[in-house]
Design a binder for this molecule. Structure first.
Ligand code: ADP
Ligand code: ADP
Length: 237
């Protein structure tokens, strides 16, 4: 479970990007974050993994307040959060398998020989994940040989390889065509349910959010203006 309590962020510029956001995402719930550009969606996601330092408030994952951790402990705790990005953020010159394994390693392997020393168990896990996302037969392809949709599948497998307790997904389909977008959203939704993970998706495409999210939180000027079922979403958000 993820619990945000009074989370606020004011940037050095004086911009109050997030104001007193309180919400709980239970296990197995997929929550979509919507709102106009500048509403604070990226800031919210980044405050959770502390790519942005919150100005105040709590970020409680399980029983740890991530907002209070020192650097070393934060590095350890970040491993509990899986990230999926709009532009995939794969290492293009590495293979699909190597990209997925990098999720378990916890950093990008500049030394390929490191990957060759992987325990068989980790390799098996990676193959199982590639099978789950439908890319078993592309394990040895270089990441840059794949289509956008395939790359995002690798991104999903990599995030899962670290066995996260929370998934943060930042505009996963912004670079994909509508059909591929739906396939990717369906996959993320299924995996959230299978693993019982809390998932937050920054999703600017409202129809897509309404089709796939169990819950939608609407942000405007850094505040929650809607929190409810997709069917109840009106013009207000
Ligand atoms: P969204 O993801 O909904 O488009 P953001 O979280 O990116 O919104 O931005 C929220 C507000 O905070 C915007 O007004 C934006 O200009 C501002 N902002 C975002 N990042 C920074 C930053 N690094 N420094 C100063 N202001 C920022
Ligand atoms: P997004 O598409 O995620 O909203 P943007 O294109 O708005 O991202 O912002 C790109 C980068 O610039 C981000 O790292 C964001 O934090 C930063 N940024 C956004 N707005 C501002 C701002 N007003 N001042 C400084 N940095 C900003």
């Amino acid at each position: 479970m993820l619990h945000l309590d009074g989370l606020s962020k004011t940037y050095a510029t004086g911009e109050a990007a997030l104001s007193d956001v309180t919400l709980t995402v239970p296990q197995g719930q997929i929550m979509g974050l919507i709102g106009p550009s500048g509403a604070g969606k990226s800031t919210l996601i980044r405050c959770i993994n502390r790519l942005v330092e919150p100005s105040s408030g709590k970020v409680i994952l399980g029983d740890v307040d991530l907002a209070r951790l020192g650097k070393a402990e934060l590095r350890r705790q970040r491993r509990r959060i899986g990230m999926i990005f709009q532009e995939y953020a794969l290492v293009e010159r590495l293979t699909v398998m190597e990209n997925v394994l990098s999720g378990r390693l916890g950093y990008v392997p500049f030394w390929r020989s490191l990957l060759r020393k992987y325990p068989a168990r980790d390799i098996q896990t990676a193959y199982r994940l590639l099978d789950r996302v439908g890319l078993m037969n592309r394990a040895d392809s270089r990441a840059d040989a794949l289509s956008g949709g395939q790359r995002q599948r690798v991104g999903i497998a990599r995030a899962l390889a670290q066995e996260p307790e929370l998934l943060l997904v930042d505009e996963p389909t912004a670079s994909l065509d509508p059909k591929t977008s739906r396939q990717i959203m369906r996959l993320i939704t299924e995996i959230c349910a299978e693993r019982g993970l809390p998932v937050i998706v920054n999703i600017h495409d409202v129809p897509l959010a309404q089709q796939f999210m169990q819950r939608i939180v609407g942000l405007r000027a850094g505040r929650i203006v809607f929190d409810g079922a997709p069917a109840d979403l009106t013009e207000a958000a």
